[in-house]
Design a binder for this molecule. Sequence first.
Ligand code: NAD
Ligand code: WQD
Length: 347
Amino acid sequence: MKTILVTGGAGYIGSHTIVDLLKSGYEVISVDNHYNSIALSYDLIQKLAGKSFKKYNIDIAQENALKVVFEENDIHGIIHFAALKSVPDSVANPIFCFKNNNNATLNIGDYALKYGVQNIVFSSSCSVYGNVEPADLPVQEQTKIRKAESPYAYSKQNGEVYLESLTDISDLKVLALRYFNPVGADDSGELGEFPSKHSNNLVPIITQTAIGLRDHMMVFGKDWNTRDGSCVRDYIHVSDIAEAHVLALKKLFEEDYESKFEVVNLGSGAGVTVFEAINSFEKMSGVKVNVKVGKRRDGDVESIYSWPVKAKELLNWAAKKDVDTMMDSAWKWQKKLIELGFNATKL
Ligand code: NAD
Ligand code: WQD
């Protein structure tokens, strides 16, 4: 069976993807420096998948750190998740963001070429589209790429450009998956995202408020030009995202698959407002959330959602789990976090 190197495998999306990879029969090697994750993720993954895998605690942004991993293993494909994903952190500290995200991707590409690894799935993001305008919606892969709104988004644009340039000079093939808003947790409630000082995402804030870790939550503006005045996003269940990575690898491994570089949107295609997300949560959990309406958050776009047809055509992938399922799983995971002793909103 093929061996897959997963960078950032202890993180939110990486951990769910490793479960799928192990269940699909792949051997997995995870590299993570736990900047934004904890090793407990690995225990939860192994319990869910009923299988163990190899791990390295290394910082892949450091030159040569990956050497040992490529020397010791025969790697057939790479899923490159490792990055700092906090947009506000990247604005506050662009040097750290660029050093980490760009160097990590630079090194992954460099080692893939040195060791003849021909398949990379790259974690990209809807943030590469920049400040989308209503006329751009729904966002297609060929939608104009606007100026990046943050160093983080720029690091994802860079990652795509860099990896594509490597495909021009080698046998490397790359699928860059542009995720919209991944949320939720494994439906078992046994794996999810750990609270982090680098996260201010909507769904953990809803569940933390519902469980009493926060007194209230804010909706950032209800004066947007949308159906209920709150922003619209394309939420996508993290397990659906994980499945797309397994399908992306399968595609890259197909003998007659010749395309060198493709970008693919991973979204549901449906726009959901902040109030709709909160209502869905309340319905699924039976818990009323203490919601206040605040002013708009700097940098937010009004609406963004995908046109997910290419994912269906190329990968035979489509989002299966609806917003209610996302919220139900997020709530199960929040309760599990308390059981595990995570009684704070941030690690
Ligand atoms: P995450 O922070 O939970 O996971 C990323 C993991 O990478 C963490 O475990 C972190 O410790 C590790 N890491 C970071 N830099 C590293 C380095 N230099 N060396 C080794 N390990 C390193 O984030 P996530 O939500 O799982 O996101 C995974 C990928 O998907 C990221 O590239 C992110 O930018 C991208 N993405 C995420 C979202 C989202 O909303 N979660 C949306 C679009 C794209
Ligand atoms: C969702 C909606 C907020 C918190 C971010 C990154 C993006 C991508 C996905 C990585 C927005 C509203 C939120 C709160 C609120 N990540 N909100 N109250 O900003 O759409 O996207 O994650 O690539 O690059 O920017 O996600 O979860 O922060 O916000 O009203 O307390 O919820 O205004 O409309 P966002 P989010």
